[in-house]
Design a protein around this ligand. Structure first.
Ligand code: ADE
Ligand code: ZN
Length: 340
């Protein structure tokens, strides 16, 4: 049997992360700086536990509370520039060659940020990672806020598309009181603008939410999809059609979907041939990083160096990046592979 990928392999490999929320990447130190900037005591306002986010939550709602407490302090373009710059530097420090950063623009528009200034701040911040840290934005609408907010999100993207590196649209959130067909405007807008379309499904939602994401919403990629483990027919379809799933193991354990990483389906997905890639979702809120997630998957699914490399190449293929970006990232992986 091939040896497991080494710690050096895991840290040095040029990585591709397709599922990380920019709004969920705000580290405790950054959120504390922003809270102070707006006149609040960080420990109290952010409900930190020993200086950190709780890291474990009874359910998705518990996580969302911590996430919204941090996001309430991203009010000005300068605040957002700081968040984006720290995100980009964090990806660079982990050798993440390409990231798809999910960005809920409407949270900051609702906080009072003017859209043109918001996008400009984002561009300035993301540049802090340097030219080898490529980042595409996937702008999401939260289904709980309904069709009107999804349309507002589309309008924002349509106005900004030429100025900001937007590569996709996304539907997140948990529940909607509206018919799911109301969100087809996102699929139509993505097609019209030449963008990819990712739908969060099969996280809190049961397996039918994944069927729906594919057959009603027309998703190109599924965010999470891990509840497919409970539906053999669905799992076979995902494998047969090689539907890309963004799998985020620590996120799922942190919101109590499985008791431990050992109980999580990631190893079974790997061995069955699911077209999954690995991401960190909202890393500081789950006390993790992409590098940690890859460490976990190497251990749980017993990945070799070649497997780890294959996983990054698979993420390049499943990404919404343009041809030139895919070629540049592939060249970095080729160089790493040849260097041994
Ligand atoms: N927004 C931020 N993180 C999320 C997650 N894990 N699921 C759904 N929506 C989210
Ligand atoms: Zn997510």
């Amino acid at each position: 049997m091939a040896e497991l990928a080494s710690e050096r392999d895991i840290t040095t490999i040029p990585k591709v992360e397709l599922h990380i929320h920019l709004n969920g990447s705000i580290r405790e130190e950054t959120a504390s700086t922003l809270a102070r900037r707006h006149g609040e005591d960080p420990g109290t306002a952010l409900r930190l536990v020993d200086g950190r986010y709780p890291g474990h939550y009874a359910n998705f709602g518990g996580f969302l509370d911590a996430y919204m407490l941090a996001n309430q302090f991203v009010r000005t373009p300068d605040d957002l520039e700081l968040v984006a710059a720290e995100f980009a530097r964090g990806q660079a420090a982990q050798n993440v060659a390409y990231s798809e950063a999910i960005f809920t623009a409407m949270i900051y528009v609702r906080n009072g940020m003017e859209p043109t200034q918001m996008w400009a701040a984002l561009n300035r911040g993301l540049a802090a990672g340097g030219p080898d840290t490529r980042i595409g934005l996937v702008v999401d609408a939260i289904r709980d806020f309904g069709q009107a907010e999804a349309q507002a999100t589309i309008d924002l993207v349509e106005a900004a598309q030429r100025d900001v590196p937007i590569v996709g649209l996304c539907l997140t959130g948990v529940d909607s009181s509206e018919p799911i067909e109301n969100f087809n405007i996102l699929r139509e807008a993505a097609t019209r603008m030449g963008l990819g379309y990712q739908v969060h499904a099969g996280e809190m939602g049961p397996p039918p939410s994944i069927w729906e994401a594919l057959d009603v919403l027309g998703a190109d990629r599924i965010g999470h999809g891990v509840q497919a483990i409970r539906d053999p027919e669905l799992l076979e379809r995902l494998i047969r059609e090689q539907v890309p799933l963004d799998v985020c193991p620590s996120s799922n354990v942190s919101i109590s979907l499985w008791p431990t990483l050992e109980d999580h389906p990631v190893a079974e997905f790997w061995h069955r041939g699911v077209n999954m890639t690995i991401s960190s979702d909202d890393p500081p809120f789950f006390h993790t990083t992409l590098t940690d997630e890859l460490r976990h998957v190497v251990r749980l699914a017993r990945l070799s160096r070649d497997d780890l490399e294959g996983l990054q190449r698979r993420a390049v293929r499943a990404s919404f990046a343009d041809v030139a970006t895919k070629a540049a990232v592939t060249a970095r992986i080729d160089a790493w592979s040849a260097a041994g």
